[in-house]
Design a protein around this ligand. Sequence first.
Ligand code: PMP
Length: 430
Amino acid sequence: LPAMTDVDGLIARRKATMGSKLYVFYDPPLHMVKGDGVWLTDASGRRFLDCYNNVPHVGHCHPHVVDALTRQIRTLNTNTRYLGEQVLEYSERLGATLPGKLKVCAFVNSGSEANDIAWRMAKTYTGNNGGITMDFAYHGITDAVDAFSPSGNHRNSLPPHMRALTPPDGYRGEYRYGTPDWGRKYAADADRAIASLADAGMKPAAFMIDSALMTNGVLEPQPGYVAEVFRKIRAAGGLCIGDEVQSGFGRMGTHMWGHTHHDVVPDIVTIGKPAGNGHPLGVVITTPEIMEALLKEYAFFSTFGGNNVSCAAGLAVLDVIEREGLVESARVVGDYFKAGIKGLMSKHALIGDVRGTGLALGVELVTNRQTLAPAATETKRIVNSMRDEGVLIGSEGILGNILKIRPPIVFKKEHADIAVAALDRALARL
Ligand code: PMP
């Protein structure tokens, strides 16, 4: 391993070569040099338990994925202008995990591109041009999907064709856990959004939702909420896009796809991040009718999308998920992890709410459980303090007071024990 990092030197070089805004985790930031399963090693040789990275889904440098990638890159890496087996096998295997007519794939290289193409499909298929998203959602960086991402640049300045829904936050929102029919009450906001588009002479082409509601702080809406919103969007002529970039591939346990937890079937599903376990790979999966509507109007080809190597990575990830039983494991370990964190609530008044499904967990911190005053400063301190303990987590939410826990799904109970003990100590140290 290289010697101790010159952090200041790397930061200076980074500013000179990549722009002044750093967007790094932690202060001071970490310099990672090696990954293995749920562990990361920094330049000083220190190991960290990774409770944050959702991209190395089946574990950092999983040998089966590395083997598949290296075998394929030694043999051939070209594009979909040629016929090839890998892209077909990958499409068929993805299609087999999804219900109904969700079988046709468009291959791209990132979650942003997948959502961008999904949005274009929705506009083309419906003939409408309004978009509906969740307030404080994140769906990517292209101009089109930046408009769907109020957590990025449009907090209070959505583009004219966009409307944002009030997040179904049962902990501190307008309707809280225990309020009768609170899901339906939040879903009624879709009526307002649709009416507001109509006032401006528009109809919705699409509603896009991250099934894990991750940027909103890993919300757990009342069952039926998402289905109710989908019904309203469809009744107004729009399509529903399930963004599975965060919630997909068994992250939420029990089911392969996050939307199944909400008892809905989207018209278009988008995947990214975990699909290639770190190799860039994004896919839009939809019905033949929606795909044909796009292809009638537009040429579609992505140079890297669907290349042999990316598809080999994608296939290997599916293999590992199946062989190692990771969807079920995410449920079992996720439940155990969540119970462990909940167990800290009696000791630490700062923990206001523990929520999430499978290995997508959020821990909302408050300085007062009655007023729900957000503990944003404490959240930052906990994240850094856990890093000092060798456990990597993140923070999330519009108020910056939610711990985000989202490890590779090969995470085991023994790892949850390490993380819960570190959180306990970090809270005690505050
Ligand atoms: N959708 C969601 C829900 C995401 O979390 C992200 C990335 N954080 C994206 C889309 C964009 O993916 P990418 O960064 O690969 O473009």
